[in-house]
Design a binder for this molecule. Structure first.
Ligand code: SUG
Length: 445
């Protein structure tokens, strides 16, 4: 039976803005308070989705969260009419308003961890929404994310939807940004690779000193248990704390894997050699291609600036491997030299496609952050909500909705404008109809 890796990209929401909310994420910190361009941002994302589908891959779209999150503002003691809540939060603590207005659910690599049916003991596709507890603006995503996932993967016989892990630093979980899977065919059992930033409990283990590690080993182990994974086919590894301190806040900023190829930086992991051995052992007899980039080839800071490793690594229909890279790679001499003169010639990665996703990049989200990978067998794909699968028609419909409802520009001051609340609702109302999602948002309930 055929099987596919389907990329479900997050649609950039109408309140896309730069609020500097993510300490440890260099782009978010550097671009705080810049003017954002929500309409352009959404179109950049939609164009990438259509282009990937035209390369012959299956592509889906995940709806954005409802913003502002007025429920959270009410929980924090802001009261009165919706307008008053927004104005009071803006005056008293604008960071709280920013957090509740963030469009961060666009980075669906952080929406959940997904284990395909070939890896799980009960033969279902397991999904656990990430609790994202390390950052306020992200920690409020999981309830609606969970509704969106259930409305998109809406067959209980096929999909097993778990609750997010318990809130609190102990189980800090950032989802698929710290998870990769290696396999021969998507429908065959693979090796699930979990990368965490720190041990929450065991303080004797190394951890970063400048920025916080967001993801714990305790969270990764809990997900592996929940998803009923085979311990012989599961590998855990710790991120190098030094690279977290340089701005690698998720492991997908320093490595990406697909099928039998792992493309990563030599400084990304602690105990790299041991991890490589563990991966090879778990993978079995056929070779696992370890494309390890050295510091001489690409220094860590260039990798962070260009987001080389936040590219998507995809298998084309002819099974050749291609890199879906952000435009910033082309503008970085060390990185582009590596791609042209080494990667394309000496490694199994034979193609590169460059995309403009600068609106997302300015908040630290590259091509790989924008997508959640779901490996599905043919029959499982048939049970996905078909209205969420990308083609020219859906691309056109979503473009029209974005044109109708999104603002060209947004500044921090615009978040005070009470009209924005209803602009977002009108858009989401139409979007849920187009994507046949039902009433997933708080304002619809
Ligand atoms: O969590 N940026 C996101 C970027 C997430 C990237 N995802 C992956 N690497 N998979 C984050 O730091 C910035 C929001 C702001 O500052 O306005 C933000 O949330």
């Amino acid at each position: 039976m055929s099987s596919y890796e389907v990329n479900f990209d997050g649609l950039v929401g109408p309140t896309h803005n730069y609020a500097g909310l993510s300490t440890g994420n260099v782009a978010s910190m550097n671009n705080a308070s810049d003017k954002s361009y929500p309409k352009a941002a959404a179109k950049q994302g939609l164009d990438k989705m259509l282009a990937v589908s035209k390369l012959g891959l299956k592509q889906g779209v995940l709806a954005p969260a409802q913003r502002p999150d007025l429920q959270t503002l009410r929980r924090l003691g802001f009261s009165g009419s919706e307008e008053q809540i927004v104005e009071k939060a803006f005056k008293e603590n604008p960071i709280l308003l920013n957090a509740c207005y963030s469009a961060s659910s666009m980075w669906t690599a952080n929406a959940a961890t997904v284990s395909p049916s070939a890896d799980t003991a009960d033969g279902k596709v397991h999904m656990t929404p990430a609790n994202l507890v390390n950052k306020l603006h992200r920690s409020i995503e999981s309830p609606v994310t969970s509704n969106i996932l259930k409305a998109t993967f809406n067959d209980e016989k096929v999909f097993s939807h778990h609750e997010a892990l318990p809130y609190g630093d102990f189980f800090g979980d950032e989802g698929a940004a710290n998870h990769t899977r290696f396999c021969h065919e998507y429908g065959e059992q693979g090796v699930e690779f979990f990368v965490y930033g720190k041990h929450h409990f065991d303080k004797s283990k190394p951890r970063p000193t400048k920025f916080e590690a967001r993801h714990t080993i305790e969270a990764s182990k809990a997900i592996a248990r929940l998803h009923q994974l085979d311990p012989n086919k599961t590998v855990f590894a710790q991120q190098n704390p030094d690279v977290i301190d340089q701005g690698v806040f998720h492991n997908d900023v320093i490595g990406v894997g697909n099928k039998d190829v792992y493309f990563y930086h030599e400084q990304g992991l602690l105990n790299s050699k041991e991890v490589e051995e563990n991966l090879k052992r778990a993978f079995g007899e056929r070779p696992l291609h370890l494309v390890k980039v050295t510091t001489d080839q690409v220094p860590v800071l260039d990798a962070i600036k260009s987001y080389l490793f936040n590219s998507q690594l995809i298998a084309l229909p002819n099974n050749e491997t291609a890199l879906i890279a952000p435009e910033e790679c082309k503008n970085n001499p060390a990185v582009w030299n590596y791609i042209e003169n080494y990667m394309l010639k000496e490694t199994p990665i034979k193609h590169v496609h460059v995309f403009n996703v600068t609106q997302s990049m300015k908040n630290g989200g590259g091509p790989a952050c924008l997508r959640l990978r779901v490996a599905l067998k043919e029959t499982e794909l048939a049970s996905v909500n078909q209205a969420t699968l990308m083609d020219e028609t859906l691309h056109e419909k979503l473009y029209a909705l974005v044109d109708k409802h999104y603002r060209e520009e947004l500044t921090q001051n615009d978040l005070r404008d009470p009209k924005l609340i209803n602009e977002v609702r009108s858009f989401l109302d139409e979007l849920t109809t187009v994507l046949k999602l039902g009433s997933i948002y708080p304002f619809q309930q």
